[in-house]
Design a protein around this ligand. Structure first.
Ligand code: AMP
Length: 484
């Protein structure tokens, strides 16, 4: 396969090349270098790539280039049928991709729109009825629009199934099958997935024709630029350990992953009570709340984003200096996704996992997945202010009976000299966006932030229901906990 590295080596139209130049991209990312020439030739692609690799541009740029032949300035909707359909699992991803497509298409007369659930259908309907060439959508809402005859898909030439593994995880297969049944058989189909599971291969087998397989990194590889630590920390000590590491490392922002929506909300609340500016991101949050949390984190107004896997999956937040696995994920692949938030695009990052007494099986699964032995280090709490047994703890809010508490494995506290930082990044404080305060929140008394910078696609006044209504288990189950 021919490999080019610079966008100028592609024969992109000056209109698209200009938009790319304005984005400030210097060279193509590996997925772009491999996928763009293939899509420009009109071939189907099966791409193994995660968010953060530049895959949106990898499919949007060649699609826009190939759609230019349909470009026209007519106001007639009939002259702007949907030619490319991009399907994504969540509203946030759909919104992000749509924003990128708009930027890449800004000097063309190609129109794009995004539709996702939880928002009023009317404005989306009006936009669809005017005609759009590129439609970005989540499957459920797209089906609503198809049923309401708001869009006609009989002239679709390109379909992108983005984050396909996640769409299947969420249970979108029947919706995808219905949508694909409305499309012309002769078309180009691009499928992107973090992993090529047997289900993904089956999906590809049914809907792709002689696809070119592109893999930019082993799907189960963890980024080598991420400094990873697994510390033995029991539930009662996790919050103290978290704060201690933030302080010792001089970290101003971090993602904190938990396994359940309930645990997510509780941990965020208890960290907030302890003076950290914290936002929770999980599937029971309204769309408005989720976008606000995200924007507050991006702007530096929030220090800790406590999130569940599904809510955080694929979000375009780069260069988070640290990711904490407050809970070890049930699904080993989620570990790879979680720590993919840090150490992106060559930047170094820190991933810290707290391993409790009940996590042995999950650690075993993870070792198998990453094909590496995990060294669980003892963690020495600097402070003796640890929560006494019998207090509410963060994840469970259960009263621990001292007589039964002793049955749980005791935290290991071997004395350990402070480790020198493995990376010079951690010798200097992390710089979030300019608007963030210079002093980390856990060293000051925080003022709650009401900052928000919503995407123009979102109407803030609209309070909406949870993304995908799945009953939330009260206790941590043995499978994935959130279906949002
Ligand atoms: P994606 O994986 O498509 O979500 O892209 C992740 C981020 O990388 C987005 O913010 C893009 O704007 C950015 N990006 C995409 N392509 C490039 C490139 N060639 N050079 C630098 N940044 C890029």
């Amino acid at each position: 396969m021919p490999m080019t590295q610079s966008f100028s080596e592609l024969s992109l139209s000056p209109k698209i090349a200009r938009a790319v130049a304005e984005m400030g991209y210097e060279s193509m990312t590996p997925i772009q270098a491999q996928a763009i020439p293939v899509v420009l030739e009109g071939k189907d692609v099966m791409g193994a790539a995660q968010t953060g690799t530049g895959k949106t541009a990898a499919f949007s740029l060649p699609l826009l280039q190939r759609l230019l032949k349909h470009e026209n300035a007519s106001t007639s909707p009939a002259r702007h049928p949907v030619r490319a359909l991009v399907l994504l699992p969540t509203r946030e991803l759909a919104d992000q991709v749509a924003q990128q497509v708009k930027l890449y298409a800004k000097y063309t007369d190609l129109r794009s729109a995004v539709v996702f659930g939880g928002m009023d259908m009317k404005p989306q309907t009006l936009e669809l009825k005017k005609g759009v060439e590129v439609l970005v959508a989540t499957p459920g809402r797209l089906l609503d629009h198809i049923e309401a005859k708001n869009c006609v898909l009989n002239q679709v030439e390109y379909v992108v199934l983005d984050e396909a593994d996640r769409m299947l995880d969420i249970g979108f297969l029947p919706d995808l099958q219905r949508i694909l049944s409305h499309l012309p058989k002769t078309r180009t189909t691009l499928l992107f997935s973090a992993t090529f599971s047997p289900e993904i291969k089956r999906l590809a087998g049914s809907y792709l024709q002689n696809p070119v397989t592109i893999e930019v990194a082993r799907s189960n590889a963890t980024a080598s630029t991420v400094e990873q630590h697994f510390y033995r920390v029991e539930d009662d000590d996790k919050r103290l350990a978290l704060k201690q590491i933030l302080n010792e490392r001089g970290l101003k922002q971090a993602f904190v992953f938990v396994n359940s929506k309930l645990g997510c909300a509780r941990l965020a609340r208890s960290l907030e009570r302890e003076g950290l500016v914290t936002a929770a991101l999980h599937g029971d949050k309204s769309q408005d709340e989720r976008l606000k949390a995200l924007e507050a984190f991006k702007s530096g107004a929030v220090d800790l984003l406590v999130c569940t896997d599904v809510a955080a999956r694929g979000l375009d937040i780069k260069d988070v200096p640290a990711v904490f696995n407050f809970d070890i994920p049930f699904n080993a692949e989620d570990y790879v996704h979680r720590i993919g938030r840090t150490g992106r695009a060559g930047a170094s990052g820190l991933a810290v996992s707290f391993v409790g007494g009940r996590d042995a099986k999950m650690i075993g699964d993870l070792e198998k997945l990453i094909a590496k032995k995990i060294d669980i280090e003892p963690f020495e709490l600097a402070s003796e202010r640890r929560a006494p047994t019998g207090r509410f703890n963060d994840g469970q809010r259960a009263w621990r009976d001292p007589s039964t508490a002793s049955a749980a494995p005791a935290p290991v506290r071997a004395p350990r000299p402070a480790r020198p930082s493995a990376d010079p990044l951690f010798d200097k404080p992390y710089e979030p966006s300019a608007s963030s305060s210079a002093v980390p929140a856990w060293e000051t008394t925080p003022a709650p932030s009401s900052r928000s910078a919503l995407s123009p696609n979102i109407k803030p006044r609209k309070k909406v229901a949870a993304l995908f209504k799945v009953a939330e288990p009260a206790q941590v189950p043995s499978g994935e906990t959130e279906g949002a």
